[in-house]
Design a protein. Structure first.
Length: 343
């Protein structure tokens, strides 16, 4: 008997480079259709009501959730999982509560700190004038928007060295983007991305790093800006290259341990990415988490899967199987309860 799989993606009327998932969805659909024993259909949703209509029409065993935005707003990312949970439908990726917490970077960082996971000093600032941060964190600092990913709102001057720079950077986000700023102590070290795959136990895939070209970054903070990820014509894009994280085995083991603990502490499941920085002593600090990380064929997650010997179809199939197993477990539990009640 085949499993019915519904691939859901959001319809973007005016997508930015970081929200345009049309090619990703095309590749996901092709990969899912190679999965044996699955009948796969794709449905594009513009509003939350479209999700319920698609589920009730197709009646899937599992949903592959590729909705990272809704109504063109990334802050609506938890909405689709929340509805799927209410409908009792198994779906790929993290639950709504996890996505909601990770969407608020300061909250996620505090949860990691409470779990004993090393993180930089962090403050959330909602006011235009960041008086609360002055004197509480040590410069240099990096200023990020609270509710974005893909390096939205991050550029070279996001790393600040004094009070004036901090005020300017916070004002740009609070006024310009209309959301709080997250201010973190900047760790000037190697940037490491750790992808994890699987449920209920996540597998840590071989980590990756970033090579920052000295011609571009010799006198600049070594950070991944929006341009370095999305503007192919920019110097930032040319000056950053993904590489394997070739580090001594004890450091790799430490990184893997911290990433796995972070993944569990935030309730992430199936797949995701944990970003870290290594300080001068080789100590890892978690600087960001991404439960719905990029699944494009050229993205960091897929590169990490390739380092583990997994092709694109293998990696996407492994994510799908997580949801199908949960769906099977739910059906078995329901049958057992029905049997007990019927007896």
């Amino acid at each position: 008997m085949s499993s019915r799989v519904l691939l859901l993606s959001a319809r973007e009327l005016d997508p930015r480079p970081d929200t345009d998932l049309r090619l990703v969805v095309r590749d996901l659909l092709a990969a899912l259709r190679t999965h044996p024993g699955c009948d796969v259909v794709h449905h594009e949703v513009a509003r939350i009501a479209d999700v319920e209509r698609a589920v009730r029409h197709f009646r899937p065993d599992a949903v592959f959730n590729a909705c990272e935005t809704l109504y063109g707003d990334s802050s609506n990312e938890p909405a689709v999982p929340f509805l799927l949970e209410r409908l009792g439908v198994a779906f790929t990726g993290s639950a709504a509560a996890c996505l909601r917490q990770c969407l608020h970077k300061a909250d996620a960082t505090e949860a990691l700190r409470a779990a004993g996971i090393p993180v930089p000093g962090t403050l959330r600032i909602a006011a235009e004038t960041p008086t609360a941060a002055l004197g509480r964190l040590a410069y240099p600092l990096i200023v990020k928007p609270e509710r974005e990913d893909g390096s939205v709102g991050i550029h070279a001057s996001s790393v600040v060295h004094d009070d004036d720079g901090l005020r300017r950077a916070v004002r740009e986000l609070v006024v310009g983007l209309g959301q709080p700023a997250v201010v973190q102590e900047y760790i000037d070290g190697r940037e490491i991305a750790v992808a994890l795959l699987g449920w209920p136990e996540p597998r840590v895939l071989p980590p990756g790093g970033i090579a920052f070209g000295p011609a571009i970054f010799a006198a600049r903070p070594r950070i991944l800006t929006y341009a370095s990820k999305w503007d192919e014509g920019s110097a930032d894009y040319r000056g950053t290259s993904p590489i394997a994280a070739n580090l001594p085995p004890p450091v790799l083991a430490r990184i893997a341990s911290v990433a796995r603990r972070a993944f569990r502490a935030l309730g992430m499941r199936d797949y995701g990415r944990v970003d870290l920085r290594l300080d001068a002593a080789g100590r890892p600090y978690v600087i960001d988490v991404n439960p719905n990380c990029d699944l494009s064929t050229g993205g960091g997650f897929v590169k990490a899967a390739a380092r583990a010997g997994l092709g694109y179809e293998d990696a996407i199939g492994a994510i799908l199987r997580c949801a199908l197993v949960r769906a099977s477990d739910a059906r078995l539990a329901s049958a057992l309860v029905s049997g007990i009640v019927g007896a």
